[in-house]
Design a protein around this ligand. Structure first.
Ligand code: GUN
Length: 283
């Protein structure tokens, strides 16, 4: 049976570390504020936004809530972002995605000041990651790296295979693994003989967006398997991109769903908000 990587425990450690730093900032008279913008009432977004606000409360970060109607115009949303960009009391801005179809998500994401982009989605921060500059790293990819590091899993020199090339997970995770000196291969829907490649992986990060896609024949005995997927099956139970029951006895370590990568996203958001004080100051 593989080591089950406990995302809940690691996320709790990270939030506690942030809480200590935030308390130390407060003693210096510095308060951190995150502006959370939600458009409409998507049920999944409601849950995510609530979790983010609850985490802020625990860590000691002030959260400002902007709940906009589904019918808000792109101009109105951009005007709010601009107001928050120019507000010196706001350290971080998060616009929850997805946005309604009549609003261009890229336009909104790119309008957020890179210094307040705690999601790490702005092209400046994406570019900074790829050339090794300091900046915000998006939360889920950063969470994957923390799960590995805090479980004592060496990345340097290892064969790392990332399944999926999305802008929000696959690409940034591969850049981060490379930054940690892993030898990185990215597979995607057009990859031929995919199992031959994934079976070479010492560390396999799965972000394909297909429930239980990865079975034991995709992995090498003893591999570390990180599952970024989250889905609901026919019984309304959560499952990942990895068939956990099939893979758990062959893997050396594996993340569960829920309780693996998912919980890390909010913890890393808290970490980015805590780091915002220093990043806001940068030229
Ligand atoms: N929607 C789903 N995940 C995320 C996230 O990490 N950030 C934002 N802004 N929206 C999301």
């Amino acid at each position: 049976m593989a080591l089950i990587i406990d995302g809940k425990k690691i996320a709790a450690q990270i939030k506690d570390e942030c809480r200590e730093k935030v308390a130390a900032y407060k003693e210096q008279g510095i308060e951190i504020t995150l502006a959370v913008v939600q458009v409409g009432h998507d049920p999944a977004s409601n849950v995510y936004v609530n979790n983010k606000k609850k985490a802020c409360e625990y860590v000691g970060i002030r959260s400002l809530s902007y709940e906009l109607e589904e019918t808000v115009t792109e101009e109105e949303l951009l005007a709010l972002v601009e107001k928050l960009n120019n507000d010196p009391t706001v350290n971080g801005i998060l616009v929850q995605l997805p946005l309604p179809e009549h609003i261009d998500e890229n336009k909104v994401t790119f309008a957020i000041s890179p210094k307040k982009d705690v999601d790490g989605f702005h092209p400046y921060n994406v570019g900074a990651l790829s050339i090794g500059l300091k900046g915000y790293v998006s939360c889920t990819p950063a969470g994957v790296i923390q799960l590995l590091k805090r479980s004592g899993i060496e990345i340097a020199g290892k064969n790392c295979v990332v399944m999926g090339r999305s802008n929000i997970v696959g690409k940034p995770v591969s850049m981060l693994l490379l930054r940690e000196n892993g030898t990185v291969t990215v597979t995607h829907s057009k990859t031929e003989n995919i199992k031959e490649i994934t079976r070479q992986a010492d560390i396999l990060v799965v972000a394909v967006g297909k429930p239980r896609f990865v079975t034991s024949d995709f992995i090498k005995e003893g591999a570390v398997v990180i599952d970024v997927g989250i889905h609901r099956n026919a019984d309304n139970k959560l499952c990942g991109d990895v068939d956990f029951e099939d893979v758990k006895d062959k893997a050396g370590a594996i993340t569960p769903v829920p309780g693996g990568v998912g919980v890390m996203t909010v913890a890393m958001l808290m970490s980015n908000c805590t780091a915002s004080v220093e990043i806001n100051e940068r030229a």
